[in-house]
Design a protein around this ligand. Structure first.
Ligand code: ZN
Length: 488
């Protein structure tokens, strides 16, 4: 038996590691990889001790902990997709052609709307499970779902008004992920424009609908510590300023994250200037919506005053570079945002890819192309790994902060959400303590991911989903995707 399968049999067998005299709680386990990225540093020969879903020690194994040796492996903090729309997995591979009048974000949005109109609750569950499975296989442990598909295809509330939100939450939890449902409010097509027929599944009469939905859903999931919530005005295009004010106030009162799409396309900025006389960021500031619990998604077309406002308020900017590239949105000026004091997170967004390290490398890569320079997001340090450790933190701790969970560095007290990667994978061969993060962030293939743990429990083992029949999840999603593609 290899050490690797030894880990898995220990981690998976019922009762393995049960302590005695600890009131039925699982006893501590000390994972001993060759290399461990924890607390922002790469350690060699250090143990990560985990108990009751949390990290309890880094370094020497915790007292009484059962040792689990992981030779040839590195152990890293779990990756986080802070922004995504799982249903958009339905149009992967189906929007990559030129259309009459030119292919733009707006023409893509028409195709996305058409798909959204056809998705039923069972489809949504099947497709979201596929999306979350793919995330998990790539080392993701937590996902923020920016959820705006609320009503039935005719635009009427379901008998259970939270039907689709519950399906997405079930898909994430059945997959094994930690999930934050960012319950989104959508009021209109834009200033003075009635709701388009294709938006009828998104639109609600009042911002109170989202607040009440979060209260209902939070009550229903109060026993699941891996489910959390946030409020989310879709954008200043889709929500009038009064809605933004209400949602910001309710999020503040409940200490919930507040997420909002900001300045993804130039047209949004122009429309906001025409309606309000200020940029979207300035409007959010005026509406009381910028603060340390706010995540501004995209923040691409921002001026110097916007950057200063986002940074000064300690906002988290969630960049989604593979989607932003796919849609022709532009480049998030992460260097300027970081310089102003903003924090960063990353998201799989439209699921054109479901690979958070691809997001991290694209964030830096796009800026290299734009600035004609290398190591753009590096801090002051000149070590080989400084830049990569920073990018990794955007994809882990940055996402956990954005979702209001905290953690993501594997420091003691934080959630035991982590992955292991095989150092003998061809994409990582030769990595050492001094350059592990550079290998992982810039060059690691997904084939290197071996095991993924959420709150100390296995979700992926030996590169395969550990909680059921992966083939059945894929087959169910394929049936839904095929039917939707036929327009049925
Ligand atoms: Zn989005």
């Amino acid at each position: 038996m290899t050490a690797r399968s030894g880990l898995l049999s220990l981690a998976l067998s019922p009762g393995a590691g049960e302590g005695t005299g600890s009131g039925g709680r699982r006893s501590a386990r000390a994972y001993l990889p060759d290399l461990l990225l924890a607390g922002g540093e790469v350690h060699a020969g250090a143990a990560l001790t985990v108990e009751d879903g949390r990290v309890v020690a880094v370094g020497a194994p915790g007292p009484g902990a059962q040792s689990v040796r992981l030779p040839g492996m590195a152990l890293l903090p779990g990756l986080v997709s802070a922004h995504g729309h799982a249903f958009q997995r339905a149009i992967r591979g189906r929007t990559q052609r030129r259309v009459a009048g030119g292919s733009t974000f707006w023409s893509w949005r028409e195709e996305m709307y058409r798909a959204a109109l056809r998705i039923g609750p069972d489809d949504l569950y099947a497709i979201a499970r596929l999306a979350f499975l793919e995330l998990a296989r790539g080392g993701v442990t937590a996902s923020g779902e920016f959820h705006y598909l609320h009503h039935d295809p005719e635009g009427r509330p379901y008998a259970d008004p939270d039907e689709l939100a519950r399906r997405v939450l079930a898909a994430a939890r059945d997959t094994g992920l930690r999930v934050a449902l960012l319950r989104t409010s959508y009021a209109r097509a834009g200033l003075g424009r009635p709701v388009e027929a294709a938006q009828r599944r998104f639109v609600e009469p009042s911002p109170d609908d989202a607040v009440l939905a979060v209260d209902r859903l939070a009550a229903a999931h109060r026993d699941d510590a891996l489910v959390s919530f946030g409020l989310a005005p879709h954008s200043v295009r889709a929500c009038p300023a009064e809605w933004v004010t209400v949602l910001a106030r309710e999020a503040e009162r409940r200490e919930l994250p507040l997420h909002v799409h900001v300045a993804e396309q130039r047209r949004e900025v122009e429309e906001c200037l025409a309606e309000h006389g200020v940029t979207p960021v300035a409007l959010l500031a005026r509406s009381g919506a910028l603060g340390p619990r706010t995540t501004a998604v995209h923040a691409i077309h921002v001026d110097e005053a916007d950057v200063a406002a986002l940074g000064g308020a300690g906002v988290i900017v969630c960049a989604c570079p593979t989607t932003e590239r796919d849609l022709g949105d532009g480049v998030v000026p992460a260097d300027r945002l970081l310089g102003a004091g903003a924090r960063l997170a990353l998201g799989a967004d439209a699921y054109v890819e479901a690979h958070l390290l691809a997001e991290a490398r694209a964030l830096e890569g796009h800026l290299r192309l734009a600035r004609e320079e290398r190591a753009v997001l590096s801090g002051e340090g000149g070590g080989e790994d400084d830049l990569a450790r920073r990018l990794y933190a955007f994809a882990s701790a940055g996402g956990m902060a954005s979702l209001g969970v905290g953690g993501g560095t594997l420091a003691p007290g934080e959630p035991a959400d982590f992955l292991t990667v095989a150092l003998d994978d061809p994409s990582l061969a030769g990595a050492s303590r001094d350059d592990l993060a550079s290998h992982v962030v810039f060059s690691m293939a997904r084939t290197a991911v071996r095991d993924v743990f959420v709150a100390g429990e296995p979700v992926v083992r030996e590169g395969r989903w550990a909680r059921g029949d992966e083939a059945a999840v894929v087959a169910a999603a394929k049936a839904a995707l095929t039917r939707l593609a036929r327009g049925a």
